[in-house]
Write a protein that binds this ligand. Structure first.
Ligand code: T4K
Length: 401
């Protein structure tokens, strides 16, 4: 346990952890179950192209979410691209800037302009109150992002979409296993997209899925995911190769068997962080709605430099020196990254809440790979820093002159 500032690895101490602790360490389910499935795949010699495990995975996801259709894909970025194209979005689409870059790229990749909207600082999600002023004759849709698995204001967004005749989709990359007003996320808007990337609550190594209740849209998405083939020699739409393969589905099915255990561990980690980081001035841990289902996959802190005493960036440097690889998701915001930074400099003036939040947020490690004693050690470092932030900020100041 580090008691003094000079024990910190950023000064003269040795790092608290000998190995790096990552945000987004994958949740691995039952190994034997996975290996059995992989043996089945090899025995069957059916590796991809709508194989039996992919079909089973799609059925399980649709049942779990309570939607009519699930189309599994090779990742969520391509799933977003396909869903956007199948839904007929073009021109301009309103999205938050405070999201992973994939949300914006999925639009720009097909020459649709992402128009960035500010967020509600309480929820970190797109602020419906700001949307209407961004609607132009070129606007065709809105994509909300359920950031950290916390639902967007679905009702307000649906109302705006209805009034202006816009499509409404959700990037639900973080939100598998979460609910909103008693309904599972995945069942809102015209379509929603999950990510099953290694770092996500449920993973298929790489993977994603589009879920929807719209039969026509689902049929189109399914064709587009497989080059547009409707039968062996008949291509009826433009398509791409967005297919999930059998080993990914095997991983997904295995993970689904352990879902309750993953949530229980994430929830326990979250409660422990909350308890051990309570009442630190200028440090807030984001809240999850207890009345709803959450996957608790993200431990997100907000640092108010004035009250905490040092900046979020300095805290991240201190933690990383201890081998706690905290992440500044989603700094600096999509509008501050290329190509958007050059295309849309005017956006900068419109996003004051995003600009503020991107400098305050950091994510800490959690998940099944983390032990309770690791969390205690991480919290001890943060508590030591908080108790000595005044001295640390002086050291920082003098090291810069
Ligand atoms: N929309 C949203 C809102 C998203 O957050 C994402 C993805 C997407 C759409 C697109 O979904 P996909 O197309 O990826 O399905 C990571 C993930 O690559 C990305 O999937 C995720 N969001 C994003 C939030 O995080 P990076 O650039 O931070 O990845 P990287 O390599 O730094 O890994 C993150 C951490 O996880 C590291 O600390 C190391 C650890 N890790 C990673 C992998 C891959 C492991 O411990 N084991 C692993 O196998 O983007």
């Amino acid at each position: 346990i580090k008691q003094q500032l000079n024990n910190l690895a950023i000064f003269t101490g040795i790092p608290t952890f000998t190995e790096k602790l990552h945000v987004g360490r994958p949740n691995i389910g039952n190994r034997e179950s996975l290996l059995n499935r992989i043996n089945d795949i090899l025995d069957r010699r059916w590796l991809t192209n709508n194989g039996p495990y992919v079909q089973e995975f799609e059925q399980r996801i649709a049942e779990f979410v309570g939607v009519k259709h699930c189309i599994a894909t090779c990742n969520a970025t391509l799933a977003l691209e396909i869903a956007i194209r199948a839904a007929g979005l073009k021109g301009e689409v309103i999205v938050p800037s405070f999201t992973f870059i994939a949300t914006a790229h999925a639009l720009q990749w097909q020459e649709i302009t992402p128009v960035f909207c500010d967020i509600d600082p309480k929820t970190h999600n797109i602020d419906p109150k700001q949307i209407e002023q961004l609607i132009t004759p070129r606007t065709t849709g809105i994509i909300g992002v359920h950031l950290w698995g916390r639902p967007c204001n679905v009702e307000a967004l649906s109302k705006i979409a209805r009034t202006h005749n816009l499509k409404l989709m959700f990037d639900a990359a973080h939100a598998f296993g979460c609910s909103h007003q008693g309904r599972m996320i995945g069942s809102f808007g015209d379509a929603e997209v999950f990510s099953f990337h290694a770092t996500k609550f449920l993973n298929t190594f790489e993977g994603g899925a589009i879920v929807t209740n719209n039969d026509e849209l689902a049929a189109k998405i399914r064709l587009m995911t497989n080059f547009g083939f409707a039968g062996m020699d008949n291509v009826i739409y433009i398509g791409t190769n967005g297919k999930m393969h059998e080993t990914s589905a095997a991983m997904g099915l295995t993970g689904l068997e352990s879902l309750e255990e993953f949530v229980a561990i994430n929830y326990h980690n979250y409660q422990q962080y909350k308890k051990e980081l309570q009442s630190i001035p200028g440090l807030k841990i984001i809240a999850y709605d207890k009345t709803q289902k959450s996957n608790y996959q993200y431990i997100v802190l907000e640092i108010d430099e004035k009250d905490f005493g040092i900046s979020r960036d300095y805290l991240v440097e201190i933690l990383q020196a201890e081998n706690v690889i905290a992440r500044k998701y989603f700094y600096p915001g999509c509008h501050n990254m290329e190509p958007y930074r050059s295309y849309f400099p005017y956006n900068r003036l419109l996003l004051p809440k995003t600009e503020k939040l991107v400098n305050r947020v950091l994510c800490l490690p959690t998940g099944t790979a983390l032990k309770p004693e690791d969390i205690s050690k991480i919290c001890q470092i943060i508590n030591l820093v908080a108790a000595n932030s005044c001295e640390l900020s002086k050291v920082r100041f003098y090291s810069h002159i």
